[in-house]
Write a protein that binds this ligand. Structure first.
Ligand SMILES: Cc1cc2nc3c(=O)[nH]c(=O)nc-3n(C[C@H](O)[C@H](O)[C@H](O)COP(=O)(O)O)c2cc1C
Length: 278
């Protein structure tokens, strides 16, 4: 009997070692791409994630769709925000409990995630999930929306996210692939980008790059103050701090410092890739 017990103990030890040892494959996380998109820009990003990850994908659908004009959507969205009454959604087909990681996508509305996402996170259980926020926007809002998600979902882990300007949607597939590799969701090497060095006051040449990148964008009325730059695969990336002044038409009351990321590729007009507002 003692011999049998000893043999059993050895067998159990070997089984434990085999499962802990380098021979055991790490479990692949179960990933769902869950997104809201009004005008299909965020949907393009969601589909790129789903294709590259071969993951399940589902759109969040409001009971009463936002199918009006931009101005109508602004008006309805603003009223919902003011009254904290967010749109009812059609039930999800996916069972969130079956997923470990949720890529949560949305357009930026009023500086944060679009209103249907407010309903989604209120009515569903995201606790214990890893959440990868992704968004499309006119000028920016990834950072603020991710922070708001973290505040609203304290039981979830909010991982670094991806955001793209609607005007640069064509750049999304390549950026999504790099983002997934950097995050360990896709295998394959990706050279880490160098850190931005310390900023310095802008030179005339750098101010001209800033002006060329933001010049005709109506929501920015800013002059560059300081800058730092680093090489990236597409060319040079600049991180400007700038003073944004209120326009008569905007709700902004006072001037404020914003951070503007600009990409300058050989032979092309520089473009801004995102604005981070305080
Ligand atoms: C109601 C509303 C509010 C918006 N607010 C912002 C904003 O605060 N900041 C911004 O950069 N873009 C803003 N946008 C632009 C959208 O984020 C952008 O067009 C986005 O790519 C649309 O994504 P979709 O096609 O997936 O709906 C807003 C658009 C709408 C309709």
């Amino acid at each position: 009997m003692r011999i049998i017990n000893a043999l059993l103990a050895v067998a159990m030890m070997l089984a434990t070692l085999a499962s802990c040892g380098s021979g055991k494959k790490p479990e692949t996380p179960r990933i769902l791409i869950l997104y809201y998109s009004q005008t299909a820009t965020t949907r393009t990003v969601a589909e790129a994630f789903a294709a590259k990850l071969q993951a399940d994908i589902e759109a969040v659908v409001p009971e009463v769709p936002y199918d009006g004009s931009y101005q109508e959507t602004i008006q309805r969205g603003r009223e919902e925000l003011q009254e904290s009454k967010f749109p009812a959604l059609k039930p999800l087909a996916a069972d969130l409990a079956a997923y470990d990681v949720i890529f949560l996508g949305y357009p930026i509305w009023f500086g944060t995630y679009a209103n249907p996402i407010a309903t989604l996170i209120e009515e569903n259980d995201f606790s214990g999930k890893k959440i990868v926020p992704f968004c499309s926007f006119g000028s920016g809002g990834l950072e603020s929306s991710a922070k708001n998600l973290a505040d609203r979902l304290p039981e979830s882990e909010i991982l670094p996210g991806y955001g793209v300007r609607a005007a640069r949607i064509d750049a999304a597939p390549a950026e999504v692939e790099r983002f997934l590799k950097a995050g360990g969701f896709l295998s394959g090497e990706t050279d880490p980008l160098p850190e931005f060095p310390a900023s310095h006051p802008v030179s005339e040449e750098e101010a001209a790059i800033f002006d060329a990148a933001v010049g005709d964008y109506p929501m920015i009325n800013a002059s560059a103050a300081t800058v730092s730059s680093r090489p990236v695969p597409e060319g040079m990336e600049y991180r400007f701090t700038a003073i944004d002044r209120p326009r008569e038409s905007s709700a902004q009351q006072a001037q404020r410092e914003i951070t503007v990321y600009v990409l300058a590729s050989e032979g092309e007009v520089p473009v801004f890739t995102r604005v981070v507002r305080p």
